[in-house]
Ligand binder design. Structure first.
Ligand code: APR
Ligand code: PHB
Length: 391
């Protein structure tokens, strides 16, 4: 088999890249180790920047998002028992975010890919990017007991944090940066109306809480928990009781509880790989970087990476120019580090750090007080939350 771009991984990065390339007339095959249903079983953040919305439109995968997505003009910060609104729309000259789950984005991308009849190999095992430092890279994999090989011009490593592409990069040419936080997020999805029409990010002495949503009838809530906690330790009742304790009286009174559809614990981590290109292999999305979910940047960074990458491949094939592919890593990393900074900052300001003492708590409260009462402070938060412009 031969294609122009072999994409490893059918998460949002790989699927969006495949669609953008197809629209630009560039052949691609996706090789994924899991089944489509497994990929769709993962529940992740759901706040889309305008840049991501625009790319989904370019990919032809925006129909359901336009019908069902919820545009949000603000968020709320809760601290010292009171909520304060950040007017994203007013502070950024009319920008907003779209609340639409990552699972839905993935499903929509899978559907348009299937409609166009493009090839995705699911349940491939032993996937290997090979010869990517030569002019003739290949992807090898096994399926139904047979070894297959795809010859290509380029490999896109869209295979997430645990993927094979970053692990296959020459170790003397790669540098990684990492910060692990001493807590996780316990998430609960339920068919209950959201507690408030905007998202609430809460700093409380019992730890962080987030009230998010998927639709007018489906909510997503999170609680900061110690890394030693297990999902089995948390009954639905215990979750709702703890969430109530972390909310203000009005939200507590409005909270509608119900059985969980899903509950899981995710550790929080910041991680960056430099560079994001190794010869003819390019890393994108979680394969190259992880952000803690506090700023909702994970999916948005994945989208901007593949936006740059599809542009670079388009320049290569249409204009015979390598300028785009040569610029790719540096261009992505400038944006990645700004999102890393923002996500680290939101995480630092909103969580309870068990070993940092009361001084830290007082500084957090002063910072939150500054953010909500200073136009410069709230504008900085708003500008980053809605997404910095592409460079
Ligand atoms: N071979 C083939 N596929 C692989 C391999 C491999 N060796 N290893 C992993 N994969 C697949 C995974 O099964 C998964 O479907 O690659 C896909 C990677 O998808 P994601 O982990 O969702 O990563 P990405 O597409 O970059 O999406 C980033 O996910 O974690 C969130 O916050 C993050 O929203 C962001 C998004
Ligand atoms: C979510 O809805 O899952 C979500 C929203 C905002 C975040 C993180 C997660 O910052």
């Amino acid at each position: 088999m031969r294609t122009q771009v072999a994409i490893i991984g059918a998460g949002p990065s790989g699927l969006l890249l495949g669609q953008l390339l197809y629209k630009a007339g560039i052949d691609n095959i996706i090789i994924e180790q899991r089944s489509a249903d497994y990929v769709l079983g993962r529940i992740r953040a759901g706040v889309l920047e305008q840049v991501t919305v625009d790319l989904l439109k370019k990919a032809g995968a925006d129909k359901r998002m336009n019908e069902e997505g919820l545009p949000h003009d603000g968020i709320e910060l809760l601290f010292k028992g009171k909520r304060h609104r950040i007017d994203l729309h007013g502070l950024t000259g009319g920008k907003r975010v779209m609340v639409y789950g990552q699972t839905e984005v993935t499903r929509d991308l899978m559907e348009v890919r299937a409609e166009e009849g493009l090839t995705t190999v699911y349940e491939a095992s032993n996937v290997q990017p090979v010869d990517f430092e030569s002019d003739r890279p290949k992807v090898r994999y096994e399926k139904d007991g047979q070894v297959h090989e795809i010859e290509c011009d380029f490999i896109a490593g869209c295979d997430g944090f645990h993927g094979i592409c970053r692990a296959s990069a020459p170790q003397d040419k790669i540098k990684t940066f990492e910060k692990v936080y001493p807590f996780g997020w316990l998430g609960l999805l339920s068919d209950t109306p959201p507690v408030s029409h905007e998202l609430i990010y809460a700093n409380t002495e019992r730890g962080f809480a987030l009230c998010s949503q998927r639709s007018a009838t489906r909510s997503r809530y999170y609680l900061q928990v110690p890394l030693t906690d297990k999902v089995e330790d948390w009954s639905d009742e215990a979750f709702w009781e703890e969430l109530k304790k972390r909310l203000d009286p009005e939200a507590r009174a409005n909270l509608v509880t119900g059985p969980s559809l899903e509950k899981s614990i995710a550790p929080l981590r910041s991680f960056v790989t430099e560079p994001m290109r190794f010869g003819r292999m390019f890393l994108a999305g979680d394969a190259a970087h992880i952000v803690p979910p506090t700023g909702a940047k994970g999916l948005n960074l994945a989208a901007s990476d593949v936006g740059y990458l599809s542009q670079a491949f388009t320049e290569y094939y249409q204009d015979q120019s390598e300028a785009g592919i040569d610029r790719y890593s540096e261009q992505c990393l400038r944006r990645v580090w700004k999102a890393e900074r923002f996500s680290w900052w939101m995480t630092s300001m909103l969580h309870n750090f068990p070993n940092e003492g009361e001084f830290n708590t007082k500084v957090q409260e002063a910072e939150l007080d500054y953010i909500v009462h200073s136009e410069a402070g709230s504008t900085s938060l708003a500008e980053n939350y809605v997404g910095l412009p592409l460079v």
